[in-house]
Design a protein around this ligand. Structure first.
Ligand SMILES: *[C@@H]1O[C@H](CO)[C@@H](O)[C@H](O)[C@H]1NC(C)=O
Ligand SMILES: *[C@@H]1O[C@H](CO)[C@@H](O)[C@H](O)[C@H]1NC(C)=O
Ligand SMILES: *[C@@H]1O[C@H](CO)[C@@H](O)[C@H](O)[C@H]1NC(C)=O
Length: 182
């Protein structure tokens, strides 16, 4: 009985590997993204007096669990993304999402957003989420999917803080490498 079971198992494996084969031929190349976007993310915090140009707002304050590291503070944003580092440059897309502080011992956030493109160059969204360890010089977040020109995409978005003006304004370089393009 044991040999017969193993021969059935062998046949099943042979069948399933023949189904796996086509997707292996599409296997991504980790050294060569199929699309690469470099974007600058500008965040202007709402102070109560800058509704004209603010792009982000605190919707819940830090808790007493760790006021130093803002544990629990929650921010919603709709931030312009530009092709160069100037805030005055016309946005090429918008980053719509949120982040919240989630560590007691250092500044750390969990971050999720959609990059929304609606231009002649690109139409669609790229969806990003992951831990934003703010102490780290660069942080890798997952690109978990996309729509439109970015249908079913996946990849890595590397964030690097370029400028920080207290809590009022920050600019982050977003280096988005997509490894699955359809
Ligand atoms: C937002 O607008 C105000 C008022 O025009 C200006 O003082 C401030 O510098 C602007 N903030 C940024 C980050 O450009
Ligand atoms: C957060 O705290 C600040 C300062 O105390 C206060 O002005 C603001 O209204 C609070 N925001 C929320 C969403 O509770
Ligand atoms: C995208 O841009 C087109 C052309 O400017 C506009 O008609 C459309 O409403 C925009 N769509 C969104 C979702 O902003």
């Amino acid at each position: 009985m044991y040999p017969r079971f193993s021969s059935i198992l062998f046949i099943l494996l042979a069948i399933s590997s023949s189904f796996v084969a086509p997707s292996q031929s599409r296997k991504f190349n980790a050294n060569k993204p199929c699309k690469h976007l470099v974007l600058h993310f500008h965040d202007i915090m709402f102070t109560g007096h800058n509704a004209g140009n603010a792009t982000a707002a605190v919707i819940a304050n830090e808790t007493q669990l760790s006021e130093t590291y803002k544990f629990g503070k929650f921010i919603v944003f709709n931030d312009p993304l530009t092709a160069d580092s100037s805030l005055q440059s016309p946005p090429v897309a918008w980053a719509q999402g949120f982040y919240f502080y989630d560590m007691k011992t250092t500044f750390n956030a969990w971050f999720a957003c959609s990059l929304v493109f609606n231009s002649t160059e690109h139409k669609g969204t790229i969806n990003i989420m992951g831990a934003d360890i703010m102490d780290a010089e660069t942080r890798d977040l997952s690109v978990v999917g996309g729509t439109g020109d970015f249908f079913m995409t996946r990849g890595i978005a590397t964030l690097r803080t370029e400028e920080m003006e207290g809590v009022a304004y920050f600019r982050v370089l977003m280096d988005v490498k997509l490894y699955e393009c359809h």
